[in-house]
Design a protein around this ligand. Structure first.
Ligand SMILES: [Zn+2]
Length: 848
């Protein structure tokens, strides 16, 4: 049966993609891709799952009809070449000869970066209808994995927002809240632990199912620099990444910039802005796995509304393009004028074609490169250190260790379990240990995330005046330290019998049958807090043990939980043990011990507008994951007074200006240096608690409330509540102090209830953080220092300039104030919900 020609996007949506004032919404986009699937034998739509808010997450596979018939065979080639498993060179060559070049492209993961999702229907339509030899060859040689929108929930929110204000003076203003229910912009920083459903689905697609040769995502950047950033990245670079990756980036980027210039797109830059250093975005995690991960960044208009830009407003890039004038990596500066979504759609589509053209032209070379990268990385892992990271079974929090191993598996990392006791460099490790060998294609990723990383401070890392350049992400991404997982590195090979792990089973959980003295639950395990919250909801009395106790012969430290035997209790414990993978174990004797009852607290989390606050979203996510109930409060609730309604108020990490809504223009100017302007929000979205709200929060504390200030919100204690505390890092120049997301060793005051269950061998992630001193006064004893920086040698991973400024300063203060309390965290306790080691510092403040 002949297929009816599919309609063009213009025919289907009623406008051309990128037309002024027009945005396609996800429900219509979904219909359109299904229609292309129905009417074409070149495109197949696959639903990868549902998003957080229940929208379908789609993949459109575009290739020739012949390739569609062989798709399963084509699909397997990527994982086969990458993960090898004894693949001989002859066999590899045979596979390469008949293989296809698979390229992934993901659109608009950041939903207000609307270009990608609007461009893709045109690209897809042309690929399924064009009969030119060029397109036919692309379809024969390549398979395009098109993610038409990597954040459908965000697309729906942004389009609805845009349409609501179309034709008003607020037209084109960015949305005032996060464009993902929980994580906003961090949806592109979630890969290491894959917390969100969208990340899980895309990780499976990339690392398990397909292992494409290249992966490109389409973004927007500011409005006042280049018009279009394309690959490659700019220096500095990570020497552990296989050099073939940077050369492949040059090939793709070279084809893109040539086509763009030839087709009249000006202001295109490469080797600028975005560094070839590790971070947890898709493009970097792909590259560190051996997939050529690339991004493009289009200058932003005002969503679908044009923006006028004066020539004199155009700025250099902070890295790689020191002036706004022609350079070899910026051959044709744009001269200003109107900037439209249509321009963005055009440039993105040209670069997408260029990438497909490269994949088609160099199909065999690129496939062979993948094989070589895998071979070279495996060889390196066999012949030079590090050889392996060992995860011994005895851990402070064993289930968190399993979470890390599971996350590694889901990114294609090979994990082994050791079947016998074994010796490494003189130390013996028991059977049941897990081992990750570095002899695999993911080696650069393992080096970046399992080991301490000392940032290479070189000329690329500093501006001409010597000041360190801000990083695109954190400097030390060492997951075991962030998660409190004990690992040992093998710097020499060691013989051992292992089996490859296929999956990590969650702990089963158990309840000791005979417990005449009641039950003990380990306070060191994060998952215990979820179990405790569940028990409290069931009306079970739970106590916090404030002594050392023993259960079934094993010592439990201060801060473990205790549950009395009782009618019906065992049944609830059985259920919760299973649900949470925790063990309720019989207390050994009836010797008296100190304990206090745990009371559920009424928790409020403050939420403001101005684009939303990711830390607020992550805070909600964390609380929900561990069963803490909370209520979101906005300005009205705070101004109405919190007394009697809540026990705890959390102010997520935020500068003072964002909390109060005062001096905001000043703040935006300081933060973005003219590259971003403060959005013109409708008045109901210009949030801020103002001075009146500050006073209300002060009263809440005086009358017995607990105020929790996270990271940047610490400023509130000083500026708002006027506590006699000094932030020693306020207004310090970056050349004097610089710590762009590094892991720092700290000293823990184990007497503090906030420290219960926390490992005293602790590193905190210091990112945008503070360091405090308390001004000498008569009530010094009202200020408990829970965490302080050591005298020196605190850097565990990352980059730290000016360590002396932190020396012996407080990082976490627990302050008694009136009848209440202020808990001031000078660092993020749950950065992207990846710092599991410090979750309990917050949890402990939420259990009365
Ligand atoms: Zn982006």
């Amino acid at each position: 049966m002949a297929l009816v020609h599919p309609p063009s996007p213009e025919e289907f949506f009623g406008f051309r993609m990128g037309d002024d004032g027009k945005l396609a919404r996800w429900d219509r986009l979904v219909e359109y891709y299904h229609l292309l699937d129905e009417r074409s034998d070149r495109l197949r739509v696959v639903e990868l799952g549902k998003t957080t808010e229940g929208n379908p997450l789609l993949l459109a596979i575009i290739t020739s009809p012949e390739n569609h018939k062989n798709l399963d065979k084509i699909r397997k080639l990527g994982p086969t070449l990458a993960y090898q498993d004894g693949l001989s060179e002859n066999r590899a060559e045979a596979l390469i000869a008949e293989g296809k070049a698979v390229v992934g492209m993901a659109m608009s993961i950041h939903a207000n970066e609307v270009g990608g999702a609007q461009m893709a229907p045109e690209l897809a339509h042309e690929l399924v209808t064009d009969e030119s030899p060029e397109i036919r060859r692309i379809l024969e040689e390549t398979v395009l994995l098109l993610i038409p929108c990597a954040n459908p929930d965000g697309n729906v929110m942004v389009v609805d927002w845009y349409e609501k204000y179309l034709g008003t003076k607020y037209e084109g203003c960015n949305m005032p809240w996060l464009y993902h229910k929980y994580v906003g912009h961090d949806n592109n920083r979630d890969l290491p632990l894959q917390s969100q459903v969208e990340t899980k689905a895309l990780a499976k697609l990339i690392f398990e199912d397909w292992f494409p040769l290249a992966y490109i995502d389409f973004h927007h950047y500011g409005s006042f620099g280049g018009r279009y950033y394309i690959p490659p990245f700019v220096n500095p670079t990570d020497p552990n990444v296989d050099p073939l990756l940077w050369t492949e980036q040059q090939l793709y980027g070279g084809a893109m910039i040539m086509r763009l210039e030839a087709e009249g797109c000006h202001g295109v830059e490469n080797y600028a802005g975005f560094t070839a250093e590790f971070n947890s975005t898709y493009t970097r995690v792909c590259t560190w796995h051996g997939i050529c991960g690339m991004l493009t960044e289009s200058a932003s208009a005002k969503l679908a509304t044009p923006l006028y830009v004066h020539d004199h407003q155009l700025q250099p890039a902070r890295r790689g393009r020191p002036e706004y004038r022609a350079h070899v990596n910026f051959p044709h500066p744009w001269e200003g004028g109107w900037w439209r979504l249509k321009d963005i759609v055009k440039q993105q589509k040209i670069s997408a074609y260029a990438a497909l053209e490269v994949a088609a032209n160099y199909r065999e070379t690129l496939l062979r490169n993948l094989y070589k990268k895998a071979r070279r990385q495996s060889e390196k892992g066999r012949t030079e250190g590090p050889y392996a990271t060992i995860f011994p079974p005895h851990q402070h929090d064993p289930s968190t260790t399993l979470k890390l191993l599971d996350a590694l598996l889901k990114l294609g990392v090979k994990v082994h379990r050791v079947d016998e006791d074994f010796v490494v460099e003189g130390a013996t490790y028991p059977a049941g240990s897990y081992v990750v060998f570095y002899s695999q294609i993911t080696r650069p990723y393992l080096i970046s995330t399992l080991r301490e990383r000392f940032y290479h401070d070189n000329p690329w890392a500093r501006s001409t005046d010597g000041a360190p350049l801000g990083l695109q992400d954190i400097a030390g991404y060492t997951l075991p330290l962030m998660m409190g997982v004990n690992t040992v590195e093998a710097s020499r090979p060691f013989p051992v019998k292992t089996s490859l792990v296929k999956g990590i089973a969650s702990p089963k959980g158990s309840v000791t049958a005979e417990a005449p003295n009641g039950y003990v639950l380990d306070g060191r395990a994060n998952d215990s807090f979820r179990a405790v919250n569940a028990l409290l909801k069931e009306g079970v009395n739970v106590y916090r043990i404030e002594d050392m106790v023993k259960a079934q012969g094993e010592a439990y430290p201060i801060g473990s939980f205790y549950v009395l035997k009782g009618e019906g209790v065992e049944k609830v414990l059985g259920r919760e043990a299973k649900a949470n993978g925790v063990d309720f174990r019989a207390l050994d004797n009836t010797k008296r011990f100190k304990k206090r009852e745990v009371k559920p607290l009424r928790v409020a989390v403050y939420q403001r507008y101005y684009g939303g606050n990711m830390d607020e979203g992550w805070t909600r996510w964390l609380l929900e994951q561990y069963g803490f109930e909370y209520t979101t409060v906005k300005d009205e609730e705070i101004l109405g007074g919190l007394d009697g309604k809540f026990d705890v108020l959390i102010l997520p990490s935020d500068p003072m200006a964002m909390i109060t809504g005062e001096k905001l223009e000043e703040y935006f100017e300081k933060r973005w240096g003219g590259m971003m302007v403060m959005p013109n929000y409708p008045s109901e979205y210009r949030s801020g608690i103002k001075e009146e709200g500050v006073d209300k929060i002060g009263e809440f504390v005086e009358e017995g409330g607990t105020l929790i200030l996270l990271n940047e919100a610490s400023e509130f204690a000083i500026e708002g509540l006027k506590l006699p505390i000094i932030n020693c890092l306020k207004d310090v120049k970056s050349s004097d102090f610089f710590c762009p997301g590094s892991l720092l060793r700290v000293e823990l005051n184990e007497e503090s209830p906030l420290a219960y269950g926390v490992n005293d061998d602790l590193s905190i992630l210091f990112q945008g953080g503070q360091a405090f001193t308390v001004k000498p006064g008569h009530d010094n004893d009202d200020y408990d220092v829970v965490i302080q920086f050591p005298e020196e040698n605190m850097l565990e991973s990352g980059w730290l300039i000016g360590e002396g400024r932190l020396s012996r300063k407080a990082a976490l203060l627990d302050v008694r104030r009136g009848s209440g309390r202020v808990v001031i965290y000078g660092f993020p306790t749950h950065f992207r919900c990846q710092t599991h080691a410090t979750f309990k510092l917050l949890f402990n403040a939420l259990l009365g």
